[in-house]
Design a protein around this ligand. Structure first.
Ligand code: ADP
Length: 176
């Protein structure tokens, strides 16, 4: 069985990782391609329940996600990981351990994600009510050489998906 691809979406909270990963997931499923989503928030409620936001705990979370992604990919599943995964060293190490993985930098400036404030957390973090909040009171180390760099403050979701499809093994329809 062919090794599945792993698409690893990294970026600040609210940058657009889940939006893009779940839209791509729907397209993969519609195309009959076996796929799975590993969403950071869902993982933290289950597999990584109890972990906090220190570097050690964040790294452990990323390693667990990588481990599961590897198991799935081994069975031919296309895996879409959406996780802040803020530390370059651990993210690179985990990606390097996966045979068919690409790093996708979902990039939006702090001003944009604060304005979006999808989960209502940025204002609280800026007010000092949430410790260790990535981008505000905790570091985010941007990828230095991502396979794909999507500036979601400038591109629409559709424009991002167009660039993502080839990485996911989805081919654009060629007009007859
Ligand atoms: P994350 O998973 O990174 O925390 P979400 O996907 O939950 O972020 O939220 C991103 C928000 O930004 C959504 O409300 C989405 O509609 C919006 N958005 C605007 N432009 C884009 C884009 N090009 N790609 C992804 N999301 C976008």
């Amino acid at each position: 069985m062919a090794q599945g691809r792993v698409l690893w979406f990294t970026g600040l909270s609210g940058a657009g990782k889940s939006t893009l990963a779940s839209a791509l997931y729907q397209e993969l499923v519609s195309a009959g391609i076996s796929a799975e989503l590993l969403d950071g928030d869902a993982v933290r409620e289950n597999l990584s329940k109890g972990l906090g936001f220190s570097k050690a705990d964040r790294d452990m979370n990323v390693r667990r996600i990588g481990f599961v992604a590897g198991l799935l990919a081994r069975h031919g599943v296309t895996v879409l990981v959406s996780a802040i995964s803020p530390y370059n060293d651990t993210r690179r190490e985990v990606l390097a351990s996966l045979p068919n993985a690409t790093e996708i930098f979902v990039d939006a400036p702090l001003s944009t994600v604060t304005e979006r404030d999808v989960k209502g957390l940025y204002l609280k973090a800026i007010a000092g009510e949430i410790a260790h909040f990535t981008g505000v009171s905790d570091p985010y180390e941007a990828p230095t050489q991502p396979d794909l760099h999507l500036k979601t403050d400038l591109l629409s979701v559709d424009a991002c998906l167009e660039q993502l499809r080839p990485l996911a093994g989805l081919h654009q329809e060629v007009p007859a």
